[in-house]
Design a protein around this ligand. Structure first.
Ligand code: ADP
Ligand code: ASP
Ligand code: MG
Length: 406
């Protein structure tokens, strides 16, 4: 008897009709007797609606209280799904994060799963039930409800699949799989039949919302076969797996983009040891993540240092950066919040020179100015004006022939 972990995202359970459709799918997967664990997101825009409600009454940076609030969305959909399954003749039980034994660290709003006590899940499965688990949540060592960051139900599902040693983790969503670019931006985007863990982790971290980056990380760490596929049809999806199991390697697998970016620059920072440490440690202590960093060539023993952060952190970062300017004796700071990051990702890049050149060439042809560049073995990212992002993604998709990808 096989065990499958399935996850259904918000758009897949947005209405009662869609929940019925999901339940029919679950019963299909369960077939004659396989075990099925279902992880579910909140219905439709519930999480956004709850955040909006909270904004009217208080500070949404009160993360403990926000976790208490946001976790209710997934609890609702888990119970509704279980009710619907039972009504359709399929025994089921719903569990919230605590009941499902999901233990996290104490970082409210971006907690990490540390372990899962699967006792109750096993009990449910042994009783022949489909076990429906509220995604995106767990409990901290202090016994408080935590959430795993936006899109966190993906991570709940992959972590459960790893712990339960499931045959496969199936992520059901509103697209047929992982595409060469966001299909909402590039209409020629193609569904990939497979993608490596490393490429998926890069794509997800660089803005491809189809999977939470932590989910890709878990899958890679524990070697979980993940399939991303549609809730609304039976088309085969995309398999996320080891490079060794892939049919063929591509030089470039996809283009990702992220508009949640802001750029900050510090001018005339004295060129002393420890300066970068002051800047980035101070930001880290405030929980502000820095992504790309550039230090310009030195003149008169002073440097300009520019970096990017998440745009939604900008208002919090601004006073911190102003303090750093004073502390270091820099001459000032500038910022730009209407920038975005475009990246090309591909495992074959390491052995194929010329990808960077082709990328800059494609952007230059469209007259797109590049503000910052960063590279790793399997990705190249550029920061450009937000107004240019759609053109940039489309130009790169075309340049690398991704409309022919499989
Ligand atoms: P869910 O609610 O099922 O978790 P999400 O909205 O979080 O769904 O993720 C699915 C969305 O991810 C798609 O609708 C698509 O617009 C977006 N997306 C971004 N990049 C990609 C990509 N490379 N392939 C597929 N989808 C992508
Ligand atoms: N409901 C949460 C969100 O909207 C978690 C998820 O959907 O995975 O981010
Ligand atoms: Mg999602």
């Amino acid at each position: 008897m096989a065990l499958f972990v399935t996850k259904f995202g918000g758009s897949s359970v947005a209405t009662t009709d869609k929940i019925k459709n999901v339940c029919a799918k679950i019963m299909d997967i369960k077939g004659q007797g396989d075990n099925v664990v279902v992880v579910v997101s909140a219905m439709g825009d519930t999480t956004d609606d709850l955040i909006e409600l909270a904004e009217k009454l208080g500070d949404i940076n009160q993360h403990r209280e926000m976790d208490m609030l946001l976790s209710t969305g997934e609890q609702q959909s888990a119970a509704l799904l279980a009710l619907c399954l039972i009504e359709m003749g399929c025994p089921a039980v719903s569990l919230n994060g605590w009941q499902a034994g999901i233990k996290t660290d104490g970082q409210h709003s971006k907690a990490r799963i540390k372990d899962i006590d699967i006792t109750r899940i096993k009990e449910g499965l042994e009783a022949g039930k489909v076990v429906v688990i509220a995604g995106f949540q767990g409990t901290s060592p202090a016994g408080d409800i935590t959430t795993l960051g936006r899109g966190g139900s993906d991570t709940s599902a992959v972590a459960l699949a790893a712990k339960l040693k499931a045959e496969r983790c199936m992520i059901f969503t509103d697209v047929d799989g992982v595409y060469t670019a966001d299909p909402r931006i590039v209409k020629e985007a193609r569904k990939l039949s497979d993608i490596s863990y490393e490429e998926m982790l890069e794509m997800a971290s660089l803005g491809a919302a189809v999977l939470q980056p932590r989910a890709a990380e878990f899958a890679m760490l524990y070697n979980v076969d993940v399939e991303v596929r549609s809730s609304f049809n039976n088309n085969p999806g995309t398999i996320i797996t080891e490079v060794a199991k892939m049919e063929k390697q591509r030089v470039v697998s996809g283009v990702a983009h992220d508009v949640n970016v802001a750029r900050i620059a510090l001018f005339d920072v004295p060129d002393n040891p420890g300066v970068a440490s002051v800047i980035f440690k101070t930001l880290a202590d405030k929980g502000i993540n820095v992504d790309m960093v550039i230090q310009s060539a030195m003149r008169d023993n002073r440097n300009d240092i520019a970096f990017t952060i998440e745009r939604k952190e900008f208002e919090r970062a601004r006073p911190v950066v102003n303090e750093i300017v004073m502390k270091l004796g820099a001459s000032g700071m500038s910022y730009k919040t209407d920038v975005a990051k475009v990246s090309v990702v591909g495992a074959g890049m390491q052995t194929n020179p010329g990808v960077a050149g082709n990328m800059f060439d494609a952007l230059a042809h469209k007259n797109i100015n590049i503000h910052m560049i960063s590279t790793s073995e399997i990705k190249i990212s550029c920061v450009v004006d937000e107004d240019d992002i759609k053109t940039a993604v489309q130009a790169l998709h075309e340049k690398f022939g991704l409309d022919q990808a499989e």
